[in-house]
Design a protein around this ligand. Structure first.
Ligand code: GLP
Length: 242
């Protein structure tokens, strides 16, 4: 079931999402799934404002990434591990050793996918998964057409996704990787609770489609209809097509 809250702006989305995170962490949640992209920025900014530089419960969390680009140098600022370090782990004092990402540089992506799934299972599963949505309805890097039973594996990025993400690479499309390791849709659905944030006009189409469309692989985010505990926070712009 998807519960939708329409909020005035990005800051309000960040504040509401931070409330949900804080309540979950206070109630004993141990494992968090983290997303990257601009929609999650207000969430991490608010958590940093509330807890950054202080003793806080996040320091002992086990963190799992949704995805990771293949082929970026280790020190590249857009490597998602680096983004998570900069925006969440660093400010909240979580040691980087507690952040797990699928190995995007190993020789065998199948092995990397299986071993990431095992790490999640060994941690007892993901209690709360934060998600964004791509303009084409992707979640993590599961592009339209991805089977709902998919697990962590190597994927090709859609042309639209690479064009959308070029803004993180100084607008240079050639610098955007063509492949990534991504949690599968079944991996995402196995989280106990999912929090989806969507901000801005560019998200009005996937948000409206999600509300209208029963689950179909053509719209990966529609898989969330099959999950028992999804909260979706959208700002007025992202809600404008509903
Ligand atoms: C990327 C990420 C997704 C994210 C999406 C939307 O492609 N792999 O996890 O949800 O972008 O990002 P943004 O919030 O920047 O629009």
């Amino acid at each position: 079931m998807i519960e939708i809250a329409v909020l005035p702006d990005a800051e309000a989305v960040g504040a509401r999402a931070a409330d949900i995170f804080d309540r979950a962490v206070q109630s004993g949640v141990r494992t968090l799934g983290l997303a990257t992209g601009s929609s999650t920025d207000p969430v991490y900014a608010e958590l940093t404002r509330r807890h950054g530089g202080r003793r806080n419960l996040y320091r002992t969390m086990q963190l799992f990434q949704l995805d990771e680009y293949i082929g970026l140098p280790v020190e590249h600022p857009e490597r998602y591990l680096e983004v998570i370090r900069r925006s969440f782990a660093g400010p909240l004092g979580v040691p980087i050793s507690r952040v797990q990402a699928p190995d995007a540089e190993g020789a065998d992506p199948n092995l990397a996918g299986t071993s990431f799934e095992l790490s999640i299972a060994n941690a007892g599963g993901i209690d709360l998964q934060l998600l964004g949505v791509g303009a084409n309805g992707h979640i993590a890097f599961n592009e339209p057409g991805t089977p709902f039973d998919s697990r962590t594996r190597a994927v090709e990025l859609a042309g639209q996704t690479r064009r959308d993400n070029a803004r993180f690479f100084k607008g240079d499309l050639d610098a955007v990787p063509r492949r990534a390791m991504s949690q599968g849709i079944a991996t995402i659905l196995s989280a106990r609770r999912i929090l989806l944030v969507a901000i801005g006009q560019a998200k009005s189409a996937p948000v409206a489609a999600l509300v209208r469309t029963p689950p179909t692989p053509d719209l990966p985010v529609s898989a969330l209809h099959d999950h028992p505990a999804v909260t979706m926070l959208v700002d007025l712009d992202a809600a404008s097509g509903i």
